[in-house]
Write a new protein. Structure first.
Length: 593
């Protein structure tokens, strides 16, 4: 043990920088700053506070770099021409701070969460050294410099900047006293000299692996933000395949932008607005047959697991696999064909998607089935629709999703043809969806008041598949769930079959019991208003007069309502309806076979 302790070495070194040096190293590609090209999560007020702290000489935290230890050969971001084509240092902690500073000092725009460009405009009032986020009032006030980026972008000396500002202020407000002029000059000098602000960076050695880096990050980061494998791989993509990362982000940006009449094909849809790390997981599953990103990180670094050596040739080969997989993932024809399979399984909008993991992993299986095993599209559509229905209903990827996906992908090892691929997925579903599941497990799972219950979403999807009419209506559930229709008021509302007010008048006050999913049904909102707090034994006979006997029976059957339910004791009704809801879900699922 003593010998082991003696062999321990510090895995980092401390390096001091001036801000101007950091910005220069980003410009020439020595420091890799991918954040300019991806969503920037800091608000402008936080950037303002950063500048205010630096201006007053307060510390703003360490930076954490990871020495790359790689040979050059790939372009990075910043300026168009790079002295270093691959960054010598990757930023692990401090990305938002450096992005803020780089964007303001270089006048660069950033992207918001919807991938729209925006400028960070921080205003400064030289009279008292106050910083603010620029607005319309500040732009009109000669006391303010509306956007401090212009100071450094102008290329002027501090002397000329001060002179120009004082002349402009005197012209707008009249004479300035010598004391005020001196204070303004001093404050502007101080602002201009922020380029000399000192930063301390801890630079981790290239021999440290990504798990240790993540541990270091978590231990020194006061906010406790946890890095994950996707963060590391996306950083690698920024370094070694910047175009690939840009493609991911462009796809994600366009998926959030509604179709335009006569516009180009787009990944926009009503089920999911994917993020780059989510699509990355699909690419890894398709290319490397791995659900876990942990092992793939070192593969993409070109690291030999046995020797620890990093080989550019090995890295290039592995990135070639990732590139091929990503081209499939981002193919719009495949993307929309997959989404049509999910729609065909009854899931018409994002409101019915309880697990994005289940959706994305279903996409991976769709691509594997289509491109690796050549499963006919008509068969694949039904299979993937069933698979998503199954994995969403059972919460298959809710707990330890990577491990479960790894296990599922392992079942495909040795599979040689489309027939066996289909059989493997069907066997996985059949092993879990037993008679006991349908008759015991699922009814018990429906005993909940959660509005995000997977069983509830599967029940609604099943109603779509079975062509169910809206309760007390001749319209279909599927028609009123159309996500492309945006009325002022939702056409369908969840309605208490036994109204809350009436139940409370009967002494039932437990909200988990009142809001049981079995006490809800989808109604058109005018019917919901008309019913109010009337008990079902009062409102049901009145509504029944509007329907033929055959229509009434079919409606009750597909809404899992037993004959005479309006007169049942409440808790007896709940138990019976849960059993029938499970039966409807089963019918919907089996209709996809």
């Amino acid at each position: 043990m003593l010998e082991d302790l003696n062999n321990l070495k510090t895995c980092f070194k401390r390096v001091d920088y001036e801000l101007s040096s950091l910005l220069h190293y980003i410009d020439i590609g020595d420091i890799g700053l991918p954040d300019i090209q991806r969503p920037f999560v800091w608000s402008n007020t936080k950037v303002r506070d950063l500048f205010d702290s630096m201006y007053h000489g307060f510390p703003v935290g360490y930076l954490l770099f990871w020495e790359n230890g790689q040979v050059n050969g790939v372009k990075q971001i910043g300026l168009d021409t790079k002295a270093h084509s691959v960054p010598l240092r990757l930023i692990v902690d401090g990305q938002q701070r450096l992005t803020s500073l780089y964007a303001v000092f270089r006048g660069r725009k950033v992207l918001d969460n919807n991938y729209c460009e925006r400028e960070i405009e921080i205003a400064f009032r030289p009279r008292d050294g106050k910083f603010e986020v620029c607005d319309a009032a500040i732009r009109k006030d000669p006391e303010w410099i509306p956007n401090i980026s212009k100071l450094w972008a102008s290329g002027k000396s501090s002397y000329l900047i001060i002179k120009d500002f004082l002349q402009s202020l005197q012209k707008a407000k009249g004479p300035i006293s010598p004391e005020e002029e001196e204070r303004i000059s001093s404050n502007l000098d101080r602002l201009f000299d922020l380029q000399k602000y000192p930063f301390t960076a801890l630079e981790i050695a290239p021999t440290v692996d990504e798990e240790e880096v993540a541990t270091i990050f978590v231990r020194i980061n006061s906010e406790g933000v946890k890095l994950n494998q996707a963060d590391f791989i996306l950083t690698l993509m920024s370094v070694f395949w910047d175009d690939g990362r840009a493609e991911l982000e462009r796809f994600c940006r366009e998926s959030r932008q509604p179709f335009k009449l006569g516009g180009h094909p787009s990944p926009f849809n009503h089920l999911i607005f994917p993020d780059p790390d989510q699509l990355l997981r699909v690419s890894v599953a398709v290319g490397f047959r791995r659900g876990s990103l942990k092992a793939v990180y070192n593969v993409l670094r070109g690291k030999d697991i046995d020797t620890g050596e990093i080989s550019p040739e090995r890295r290039e080969e592995q990135f070639g696999i990732l590139k091929k997989a990503q081209s499939l993932v981002l193919d719009l024809t495949r993307w929309h064909q997959f989404l049509s399979a999910i729609n065909g399984a009854g899931f018409r909008s994002s409101e019915l998607i309880s697990s994005q993991n289940a959706l994305l992993y279903a996409y991976a299986f769709y691509l594997i089935g289509r491109d690796h095993f050549s499963v006919p599209e008509y068969l694949l559509q039904h299979l993937i629709g069933r698979w998503f229905f199954f994995s969403s209903l059972t919460g298959r990827y809710t707990s330890s999703p990577e491990s479960v996906m790894d296990s599922d992908l392992n079942r495909l090892r040795g599979v040689a043809n489309s027939e066996r691929f289909v059989t493997v997925l069907n066997e996985l579903m059949a092993n879990e969806l037993t008679n006991d599941y349908w008759n015991i497990t699922l009814p018990a799972a429906l005993e909940t008041s959660s509005a995000r219950n997977p069983g509830l979403f599967a029940y609604i999807a099943a109603q779509v598949l079975l062509g169910t009419p809206v309760l007390f209506s001749h319209k279909r559930v599927s028609d009123l769930l159309d996500p492309t229709i945006k009325p002022k008021k939702k056409p369908l509302e969840r309605h208490h079959l036994f109204p809350r007010g009436w139940l409370e008048s009967q002494g039932i006050t437990d909200m988990t019991l009142i809001n049981q999913q079995a006490n809800y049904a989808l109604l058109e909102w005018p019917d919901n208003l008309d019913i109010g707090d009337s008990p079902p034994f009062e409102y049901v006979p009145k509504i029944r007069q509007r329907f033929k006997e055959s229509d009434w029976k079919l409606m009750h059957e597909l809404h899992a309502l037993p004959e005479g339910w309006e007169d049942m004791p409440y808790e007896v009704f709940l138990a019976e309806r849960r059993r029938r809801m499970a039966s409807i879900i089963r019918r919907g699922f089996e209709s996809l076979a």
